[in-house]
Design a protein around this ligand. Structure first.
Ligand code: PLP
Length: 551
């Protein structure tokens, strides 16, 4: 009798322990986005299963089942593109070929411009230059003197126009040159920068780092230290640099660790953040407002026309407000990662633009005035790196080049610019201006009868494709032919600087439409009537399976 009583008690105690645990686990599963992007561990596994193979010339042009007539047009169009691009830029191409052997980064970006099956044959035939010699206004010039409108935005650094950054760097050098690269002690320009960053962020303290990745690492480390909790929350698809914990899926050899990747704009995610006791911080990258729950839209994953984007300011603002309330209620540190979007939406950054305050904010990119930088701003009690009552329990952070005098000088020059009437004027009506430009381009594309549209969050744009197709990524080469420079991710991300005037933009629009018309004429969107995004994906899956099985 006693034994069975004891057994029942143990069983009940075990159940009492297991049921809430299972419930919490279930709640966490429900708070994940249902795509692979929302499941880092599974995404890594799937990525590891995809076999390597490539289309040779015979199969390169008809992967969508196009007719022989269409294939012939594509071949002729491709040959003409190669002829133009291979011969127009000889010096840039030669330098790129030489550098490629020695530069893993170039090997990587060169290989991942388009879906991998198409990449080897494309690279054999179409040579691209990765070198430039100068910039002026909204244009850059390659080693052959060919000019391009810059739509790369230098990964977001270029907000005010390259000429402004050249001036900021020159001013920064003048500010710092008497001291030179003396590190450890500070140049007095630091104090002025901190005053201004405090005013911009509305936060108490500042720390300086060398990249956006490092700023995010430091913000997360401090949040863990002060909350004594381990886990960070990031939202599906959001980029926060390339450090382990913020990149838990493909691309990182380690499995996910203390990271919860939750669904963006989701009630279930709020529930998890409200109820778990192990969450130190939540990271927000405001760029995700353009494509919640999707990763950076690179052309290497543009296997069909499934790319989606669209920005709803009211909905995203409401989400941030809810998130703010939830974090406050559960003692979770809310970190706005404004490394990319800071200063792009408003002079006071995303906090000002959305009217939501964070506990910590990270900045980088443009803030360095053209030089490398990362910055963390935070509340006093979160920024502290030691405890008086436990002096050996530290939160360590250093970095040889932190607060480099030249960088701080260029930063001061950038912050000076932000206060000038000319730059303030660029922010006046910023959103309307760029929404208007996107709407005008979309109208012109519709008028031209091409299956292409754009979506934007202010000056950050992405290209969308309206008809199921397998060759949408070809557009990046037609845009290049027209003298429009994109970064290696291709048509997924166009970044404009604020100094684009109406005449510049009109010319970009003219060239953009011309590129889409040329691509259409060459047959890349002439697809069989029964082709859908679903059939494209199914076909690809079958093809990969066959490869895996050695067929
Ligand atoms: C939101 C965000 N956070 C962090 C980073 C990392 O910054 P960095 O490339 O300077 O390390 C980036 C870079 O693109 C970013 O967009």
């Amino acid at each position: 009798m006693n034994d069975s009583f004891a057994l029942t008690a143990v069983a009940l105690a075990t159940l009492a322990w297991l049921v809430p645990k299972a419930h919490r686990r279930l709640e966490l599963s429900r708070a994940k986005h249902r795509s692979l992007t929302g499941h880092s561990r599974m995404a890594k596994r799937v990525a590891g299963l995809i076999p390597g193979y490539a289309y040779d010339e015979a199969r390169w042009f008809d992967r969508d089942g196009a007719s022989a007539e269409v294939v012939a047009r594509r071949r002729a169009g491709f040959a003409r593109l190669c002829e133009t691009l291979n011969t127009r830029h000889p010096k840039s191409i030669a330098a790129t070929a030489e550098a490629r052997e020695m530069l893993a980064d170039l090997q990587f970006t060169g290989s991942y411009r388009v879906p991998f099956q198409f990449s080897p044959w494309l690279r054999q035939n179409l040579r691209l230059g990765g070198f430039l010699q100068s910039s002026e206004g909204v244009k850059v010039r390659d080693l052959d003197g060919v000019e391009f409108f810059d739509l790369t935005g230098s990964y977001g650094v270029n907000l005010l126009g390259y000429d402004t950054y050249k001036q900021c760097i020159a001013e920064g050098v003048r500010t710092a040159e008497a001291l030179g690269p003396v590190l450890g002690a500070y140049h007095p320009v630091l104090i002025d920068n901190m005053r201004r960053l405090k005013a911009i962020s509305g936060l108490d303290e500042v720390s300086f780092h060398m990249s956006g990745t490092e700023a995010v690492m430091q913000a997360v480390r401090l949040a863990r230290y002060h909350t004594r909790r381990r886990n960070l929350v990031r939202f599906a698809g959001a980029y926060h640099g390339w450090w382990e914990d913020v990149q838990p899926g493909p691309g990182n050899p380690l499995p996910p660790r203390e990271t919860y990747t939750l669904a963006d704009m989701s009630e279930q995610a709020l529930k998890v953040i409200a109820s778990r006791r192990d969450i130190a911080c939540v990271l927000i990258n405001p760029l995700q407002a353009l494509h919640p729950n999707s990763g950076a839209p690179g052309d290497s994953s543009l296997v069909d026309s499934g790319r989606r984007a669209g920005y709803d300011r009211a909905a995203y603002t409401a989400w941030l407000q809810r998130l703010r309330e939830t974090c406050t209620a559960n003692g979770v540190v809310l970190i706005f990662d404004e490394v990319f979007m800071g200063f792009r939406l408003a002079p006071g950054g995303a906090q000002e633009y959305f009217g939501v305050r964070a506990d910590m904010v990270t900045y980088g990119k443009t803030l360095g005035g053209g030089l490398p930088v990362g910055v963390v701003c935070g509340r006093h009690e979160l920024m502290k790196r030691y405890r008086e009552d436990r002096p050996a329990d530290l939160c360590f952070a250093r970095g040889t080049f932190n607060a480099h005098p030249y960088v701080l000088g260029a930063m001061a020059a950038f912050l000076d610019r932000l206060d000038t009437p000319e730059v303030r004027a660029l922010y006046d009506g910023l959103e309307e201006r760029w929404n208007g430009r996107a709407a005008r381009l979309n109208a012109a594309l519709a008028q031209a009868g091409v299956p292409v549209q754009v979506a934007n969050l202010s000056t950050v744009w992405t290209v969308l494709y309206e008809r199921p197709a397998r060759y949408n990524w070809m557009l990046q080469f037609y845009l290049r032919e027209q003298g429009l420079a994109l970064s290696w991710v291709g048509s997924g991300r166009l970044i404009f600087s604020l100094n684009y005037g109406d005449a510049d933009f009109d010319e970009v629009q003219r060239r953009f439409v011309a590129a889409t018309l040329a691509m259409q004429a060459d047959g890349w969107w002439d697809t069989p009537a029964d082709l859908t995004n679903k059939t494209i994906r199914r076909g690809l899956l079958r093809e990969m399976l066959a490869r895996r099985l050695g067929r």
